[in-house]
Design a protein around this ligand. Structure first.
Ligand SMILES: NC(=O)c1ccc[n+]([C@@H]2O[C@H](COP(=O)([O-])OP(=O)(O)OC[C@H]3O[C@@H](n4cnc5c(N)ncnc54)[C@H](O)[C@@H]3O)[C@@H](O)[C@H]2O)c1
Length: 405
């Protein structure tokens, strides 16, 4: 069967490339015409896919990038990998997922397999995707499964091939066909009893991180008042050989998963009349971190930041990617600017953001702040100049200055 991947971002592009490499004839579809034109020219949208792979697979006619879906002549596999963000009211925004279903319904042929990889609330496959596509297409024999993506873009150890893949279909047939598909390029498949388990597991994994990060962030405010290092205490706690897993403090959480997915879990709970206090509290603590860190910086800088030259190293939400979605650096920058700091930032991956551009590390400043330590940033500039620097990153690596949080 041919494969059509809906959405060519951090999730959809690596999948399309792996499947094409494994022998599928792939259509990589995205509504963003500019992104498609760039992909055709070999510009990647993911740190997990190289220019060479994109160009080679196109030359071999194994993959085609399109922003308008051509008519599909026979049954195929459709994988949906579109954004599932929050709206302005902080509620799940499934408009892009619904739109993807409408697009699939227009071209799909009977007996096709439709797999959802996008993260969404529990029951999305059964109660939203299937009824939408069945009704709009008028077809009776479409089969459906979920296989939530767990990719950590830029992670060199764990990728789509070696991270175990959760799978569940609405029928035994769809589960089996989904296994047949993923086993061509994923080493380990974990089949669960129904799609709701896979959807919930994906939400719970990221909620687990969100809550633990909030806990360690709160712990770091306690460490500050008692004047000890959070890192030293966490590492000390980590010597317990069982029942403990270390997390490290930061200025907050970012990206398309940790700040977003837990709200999909609380939304699932709300729909059945339950409250989720943990998730709301963790969101609140993580969102308050930028402000609380700036208060600590203010104390260190003698109570006044007006006119102080401050530079941030790395503003994307994590090292190795240019993704600015929900980046907590944005809140930090706002707080510092509100207090009158003369702020610049250096991020060789982001390059430009909100009418500002990345400036190389400047040694002649009042304070440097390490937020997202990309490999591409050479801290020797600050080390050589003995620049006053605070390391706010959650990375366990020591860049030459003690951790501030
Ligand atoms: N980024 C991650 O690290 C990650 C990890 C695991 C799971 N996920 C989940 O995977 C899903 C996709 O995330 P992403 O990071 O790849 O997003 P992304 O923004 O990088 O890419 C999604 C692409 O979908 C396109 N798109 C939107 N609506 C479309 C439509 N109707 N038809 C065709 N294309 C459409 C967008 O133009 C965009 O290029 C989300 O549900 C996300 O939560 C993301």
């Amino acid at each position: 069967m041919d494969l059509i991947v809906i959405g060519q971002g951090y999730v959809g592009l690596p999948l399309a490339i792996r499947a094409a490499t494994a022998g599928y004839k792939v259509i990589g579809f995205d509504l963003n015409e500019n992104k498609i034109n760039r992909l055709k020219a070999g510009y990647t949208t993911s740190p997990d896919v190289s220019r060479e792979q994109i160009i080679k697979l196109q030359e071999q006619n194994k993959i085609e990038f399109v922003y308008k879906l051509p008519s599909i002549k026979q049954k195929a596999i459709f994988v949906i990998a579109v954004p599932t963000p929050l709206d302005l009211n902080h509620e799940p925004d499934l408009s892009m997922l619904k739109n993807a279903c409408q697009i699939v319904a227009k071209v799909v042929k009977d007996d096709s397999l439709i797999i959802n990889e996008s993260t969404s609330y529990i029951g999305t496959l059964r109660n939203l995707i299937k009824p939408t596509i069945d009704t709009l297409s008028g077809l009776k024999n479409l089969i459906y499964a979920v296989a939530p993506e767990r990719i950590d873009p830029g992670n060199k150890e764990w990728d789509m091939g070696n991270t175990p893949r959760l799978i569940s279909g609405l029928t035994n047939e769809s589960t089996q066909k989904t296994i047949n598909f993923y086993e061509k390029f994923c080493k380990e498949l974990k089949i669960v009893s129904k799609p709701e388990v896979a959807e919930a597991a994906k939400l719970f994994e990221n909620t687990f991180r969100q809550v633990n990060i909030a806990l360690v962030n709160e712990f770091s405010t306690i460490a500050d008042k008692f004047d000890f290092s959070t890192y030293e205490a966490i590492n000390a706690a980590g010597t317990k050989p069982y029942g403990f897993m270390p997390f490290f403090p930061s200025i907050g959480v970012g990206g398309h998963c940790i700040p977003v997915d837990p709200t999909y879990l609380s939304y699932s709970a709300e729909k059945v009349g339950l409250e989720t206090n943990f998730i709301d509290l963790a969101n609140k603590i993580n969102l308050s971190m930028a402000k609380s860190v700036v208060k600590r910086i203010l104390v260190k800088m003698g109570g006044d930041l007006a006119g102080k030259r401050i530079q941030i190293a790395g503003i994307s939400y994590k090292a190795g990617v240019s993704d600015m979605r929900e980046s907590p650096a944005v809140l930090l920058m706002e707080e510092l600017k509100n207090l009158g700091a003369r702020l610049t930032w250096c991020d060789p991956l982001v390059k430009s953001f909100s009418d500002e551009i990345s400036i190389p590390l400047d040694p002649i400043i009042d304070l440097g702040l390490i937020v997202t330590p990309h490999e591409e940033i050479d801290f020797s500039v600050w080390l050589d100049a003995k620049t006053d620097v605070l390391d706010l990153s959650a990375s366990p690596t020591n860049y030459g200055w003690p951790k501030f949080l």
